[in-house]
Design a protein around this ligand. Structure first.
Ligand code: NIG
Ligand code: FE
Length: 417
């Protein structure tokens, strides 16, 4: 089966089928997801043909069959916020943080993002591709079937485009579906210190944006909206010009301080505002009115040893909360979405059901793919996982163990492969 998955086949002997929901699921909806016991799934041409109870959904005689052996089946995980393409390593900063220095102190003394920028500028597209491949393999093995990947470590037009070319090549070199995001406004590079608008002139040059969009290198634009990076006015400018060129806005918002970034996300109709550790009530209200997805990054706060975003407050206020790894070499060298779900449950008071909806339906909504990703409903893409636990509650509960037995992407078995 695995080398040559047939066009029409079925998964049977599923103890619990977590169908999930079409995103975004807001507030209380996040905890209400249908499950079916003793279920089957029919797959045809990479699409879910039918899913439901074994005594209701019949498997046609000509279909090949895979036995889930009493495991749970869930939608493939969507990691909607990553910096998976990078070069170099920053373990020296990790040691400094273990000794008590903060992420901000390290960044202010010349470390942080700027360290990775140096390494990325010295790397070729192929270097970036080769170093990202094993990360993507591990993410897939842990259940991620779709990932967004940002630029943001090049900080010149050519180096940013080089990173996006790496994402584009990676999409063809391994099974996971990848989406590129233009994060040229990640930080002001050293050569433009104190002159953020001059730097933005460079990366907002229409010819640069045209190179990105003409070649389909990115769908989203992102900014680190923070006093130490780009303030609200500079962020608005970056995202507005990008949007005029067809890139959908997203933001790193209210991570280290509250500076109005989540309100800006709502004002611009951003697909998501991400981080939100320091969000205030005005930001929450604005995002709720605008329908902005709140992407939380529990692995980042865990890795930095700082307070988590107020997940419970956001869900109880009626927002659609998504989860992602924020995989990057500085603040979250964490590739595993299941670990993110476990941290969300143990540290942020999300339930396992909410955490799974946040990692499927709502993370698909954050990258505007709710039409085909994030649930196992007929007509949606056949991205699914067979787990070796009998129900989805046991997944987040068994912290740090890989419970994924089989990964299916677009109807093909891609792991084990
Ligand atoms: O999402 N907040 C800014 N950017 C990344 C960190 C990147 C880095 O330290 O290399 C983040 O946490
Ligand atoms: Fe990030």
């Amino acid at each position: 089966m695995k080398d040559n998955t047939p066009l029409a086949w079925a998964v049977r002997n599923i103890s619990e089928l977590f169908i999930g929901r079409r995103g975004p699921a807001a507030g209380r909806e996040m905890g209400e997801a249908p499950v079916v016991r003793d279920a089957v799934v029919l797959i045809r041409d990479g699409i879910i043909e039918a899913s439901g109870a074994a005594d209701v959904v019949a498997i046609p005689d000509e279909y090949d069959v895979v036995d889930a052996e009493g495991g749970c089946v869930v939608p493939g995980l969507v990691d909607c916020h990553t910096h998976t393409v990078f070069a170099g390593s920053r373990e020296a900063e990790f040691v400094q943080r273990c000794e008590g220095r903060s992420y901000a102190q390290i960044a202010e003394s010349g470390g942080g993002i700027k360290m990775t920028v140096k390494s990325v500028r010295n790397a070729s597209v192929e270097d970036l591709v080769e170093s990202a491949l094993p990360r993507l393999r591990r993410m897939l093995e842990a259940g991620t079937t779709t990932a967004e990947i940002k630029s943001g470590y090049g900080l010149t037009p050519d180096d940013e485009i080089k990173m996006l070319h790496a994402v584009h090549r990676l999409a063809k070199r391994q099974p996971m579906e990848l989406i590129g995001t233009y994060l040229a406004a990640h930080t002001v590079p050293g050569e433009f210190a104190g002159r953020p608008n001059e730097y933005l002139d460079l990366v907002l040059d229409p010819a640069v944006l045209k190179r990105i969009t003409d070649n389909g290198l990115a769908e989203f634009a992102d900014v680190f909206c923070e006093r130490t990076a780009f303030d609200v006015d500079a962020s608005r400018r970056f995202l507005t010009v990008c949007r005029e060129h067809g890139l959908i806005p997203r933001l790193h918002a209210d991570q280290i301080t509250q500076c109005g970034a989540s309100r800006l996300a709502a004002e611009l109709g951003a697909a998501s505002a991400d981080h939100l550790e320091c969000i205030d009530d005005d930001g929450i209200a604005a995002m709720r009115s605008a329908g902005t997805v709140a992407v939380l990054l529990p692995a980042c706060s865990f890795f930095l040893g700082v307070e988590q975003a107020p997940a419970r407050r956001l869900i109880d206020a009626g927002l659609a909360v998504a989860l992602a790894t924020d995989l990057n070499p500085g603040s979250s060298l964490i590739e595993s979405m299941p670990l993110v779900m476990s941290i969300a449950c143990t540290q942020m008071h999300m339930t396992p059901t909410e955490a799974l909806i946040a990692s499927t339906a709502n993370s698909a909504a954050a990258i505007r793919r709710s039409d085909r990703l994030g649930a196992l409903l007929p007509g949606m893409q056949a991205d699914l996982l067979i787990l070796d636990v009998p129900n989805h509650l046991q997944w987040a509960y068994h912290v740090g163990r890989n419970c994924v037995r089989t990964v299916i992407k677009r109807g093909n078995i891609v792991h084990p492969g």
